[in-house]
Design a protein around this ligand. Sequence first.
Ligand code: C5P
Length: 233
Amino acid sequence: MAQLVVALDVPSAGQAERLVDELYELDVLFKVGLEALYGYGDRIFAHMQARDVRHFIDAKLHDIPRTAGAAARQLVRPGTHIINVHAIGGNDMMRAVVDGAAGRADELGITAPHVFAVTVLTSIGGEDLNELGFRGGLGENSMRLSALARDAGCSGVICSAHEVRDLKRYFGEDFLTLTPGIRPTGTVHGDQKRVTTPAEAVAAGADYLVVGRPITEASEPLAAAKAILEEMR
Ligand code: C5P
């Protein structure tokens, strides 16, 4: 059963807390991205822990292995279900993050979080890849980086719902996929280009659907989240 992840992409702790208060009784996880992490990380983590909800820390780690692994150790806390890394940081770095997260979870007596890898950011196009010196196209690079992530012990990758079928076919059902770019029919796409509806993402086999603005900017976030969960079922 696919899980809904609500992105807490709002500028203040108060707004993020209100979203958690409104939605925590639903079967959802919350995503703490860079805006929340740098702006009011401690406060929102304490609030989510008080509400006993699980979260995804979208820290997109990318540094030398020791630093990235040490950062993963600092991030993991009760309620952490997923953290992520840039696959472009390489095998040793991803492995350091997987080990750091698992080691910290073990010390805390909690289940080790999933580590997901970002392969190619959805904001990067084919021309950008060439400019950066990558050989091959988007599909080829995202497959190669997915294989690297799997070999380094990551649970899966962050990708467009359009890529889920191919990834599952190639790496197997147990290789997890987390898909942003979800837009219920009739909602605005904003800056997301390759979008799918919640039902399409679930039908493709996505394991986690990340939704931000269609919920956070809705006049009634609770009703919007419930409608998405209903469509996912
Ligand atoms: O508001 P929206 O539903 O577009 O939010 C999607 C969320 O997923 C944002 O927090 C964005 O940073 C994140 N994300 C993404 N594309 C990626 C990785 C993460 O949209 N490739």
